[in-house]
Design a protein around this ligand. Sequence first.
Ligand code: FAD
Length: 295
Amino acid sequence: MIHHRRLEGVVVKGNEEIKTDHLILAAGQSAEDTYGRLHKLGVQLEPKPFAIGFRVEHPQELIDAIQYGKWRGHPDLPPADYFLTARLPQMNRSVYTFCMCPGGSVIGCSSEERTIVTNGMSRYRRGSPYANSAVVVAVQCEDFDDTAPHPLCGLVFRRQWEEKAFVLGGENYFAPAQGLVDFMKDSEGTAVNRTSFAPGVKPAMLREALPLFAVEALRQGITEFDRKMRGFITEEATLIGVETRTSSPVRILRGPDSQSVNVSGLYPCGEGAGYAGGIISSALDGIKAAEKIAP
Ligand SMILES: Cc1cc2nc3c(=O)[nH]c(=O)nc-3n(C[C@H](O)[C@H](O)[C@H](O)COP(=O)(O)OP(=O)(O)OC[C@H]3O[C@@H](n4cnc5c(N)ncnc54)[C@H](O)[C@@H]3O)c2cc1C
């Protein structure tokens, strides 16, 4: 509830009203409904750059062999990881790996029906035979809307590709997947390697799962990765799509006092508000907001 640019309370589940003049709003980046509601209420929002791409999965043994060479399999060595970046000045883009999960799994993280969103995780022992990582390209606001950008245009852009992945995956929550070599050559493979993704994957032409500029940038970036980490491009690697939740595509504008620039008493924070990415920075952002309210 907002009155004369001041927060006066919140309505919970449409029926319970709580009067308050301070609200820390940390709804995460999947709360599309909340961002739509804030926009309707006139809270100032703006689109922000983020990154999109796929998950790439290799056998962990192969990553160990590339990274450790003759020491691979040594009992004192953990499952190997990597972090790769490629700058593409001609395209004015960068491609990078993100959230690499040694001995982990690619997991489905859809927050809306009829969408596919991938992410990755490792369990404590990092004992799975697979290594996966996001491989993503940075996207700018001009990529979603080259006219006067609507504050929620990044969310619309993101949703479009998540829905496309659902269709390419067969509309049953299987993820679309393609051998990395086939993706690089743009050739249609009929089968893909076994993957860790549950419930399963469906072979697809992943060039259809992202905008063309992203596909071209990923191909160039992955070529560069293979120069830095020989053997990265291999028949044993699989791409699974789509990775779209690297960070929030929208920001709730706030001032140095951590309050919304046009609604006092509203403290947007964490990843969904566009000021953090990842567990620690989101948690710290929340602590800072609390300190502003009760120093
Ligand atoms: C599979 C996976 C693996 C990850 N691994 C890592 C990692 O290894 N390291 C790392 O740093 N980050 C990781 N992340 C990212 C990390 O989880 C987020 O960056 C972080 O959780 C963001 O914190 P947050 O508090 O801003 O939002 P969130 O953790 O998303 O919390 C938002 C909360 O608000 C709730 N909410 C939303 N709308 C409403 C509403 N209307 N009413 C009531 N409640 C609502 C949501 O249910 C949620 O509980 C991972 C993410 C995923 C999905």
